[in-house]
Design a protein around this ligand. Structure first.
Ligand code: GDP
Ligand code: MG
Length: 214
């Protein structure tokens, strides 16, 4: 491969990584607990760029569509949940993954339509993975200390299942780049997402740190 070709390929890959976007929702419990500033601050200080933000009360229909954008979500979530029960030595309420997901979806619809949520799009290198890491794993009981869910929530699947509600874990964050690409247009029009530069991007992405010295 010619040198110039390699250089342009590298530029293309780097541009793609730097422009990775992910969808984050601060769920009603995050707003009720006045954690909006804390949550935004954690993503900001990692170096990610906020490119879109709005507050809204979503309809149950909008929430159902959000969770079922991926046609496999019902089956995969049901199977994962059944496996989770079995791992804990518990009998699942049903062995039918779709029946399990129907209960979960019902709880999620009530939870997310209970009050305002904040929808955001964050951009930067590995945005999806960085946000998932800072947010912590889905069940707060087992989220690592230092993650948002690990530091601010004490909920568990056990508690949620007893009360027949969704686990209150403050945040939704896209699980993969493909998921983000489906979720972002579900919550935002392209014109609501702003293309702009922030000065710290120079420090993250400029190869030679040009322009620091006078
Ligand atoms: P996330 O991407 O980390 O939010 O997790 P998933 O996409 O796998 O699941 C979406 C939502 O389904 C979670 O926020 C939970 O409310 C619910 N959920 C997922 N797995 C389980 C489970 O094993 N048990 C129960 N009760 N709810 C679950
Ligand atoms: Mg998910």
């Amino acid at each position: 491969m010619e040198f110039l070709e390699i250089k342009s390929k590298k530029k293309e890959i780097m541009a793609h990584l730097k422009e990775e976007r992910t969808l984050v929702l601060i769920k009603p419990d995050g707003i009720q607990r006045s954690l909006v500033g804390e949550i935004l601050g954690r993503y900001e200080r990692a170096g990610l760029k906020l490119v879109g933000v709005k507050m809204l009360v979503p309809t149950v229909d909008h929430i159902e569509k959000h969770y079922t954008l991926d046609p496999n979500w019902r089956r995969v979530t049901g199977e994962k949940t059944i496996a989770g029960y079995q791992k804990r030595g518990l009998t699942p309420p049903s062995m039918d993954p779709l029946e399990i997901t129907a209960r979960i979806l019902d709880g999620l619809k009530r939870y997310l339509s209970a009050g305002p949520v904040i929808a955001m799009v964050w951009q930067g290198a590995h945005a999806v993975q960085i946000i998932r890491k800072l947010t912590g794993s889905t069940e707060p009981l087992s989220s690592d200390v230092g993650t948002i869910r690990g530091d601010y929530v004490l909920d568990s699947y056990q508690m949620a299942d007893i009360d027949r509600r969704a686990v209150r874990n403050l945040i939704h964050a896209s699980g993969s780049v493909e998921e983000a690409q489906m979720e972002i247009p579900h919550w935002f029009d392209e014109k609501e997402l702003i293309k702009y530069n922030i000065v710290q991007e120079k420090i993250f992405y400029d190869v030679n740190l040009d322009g620091i010295l006078d």
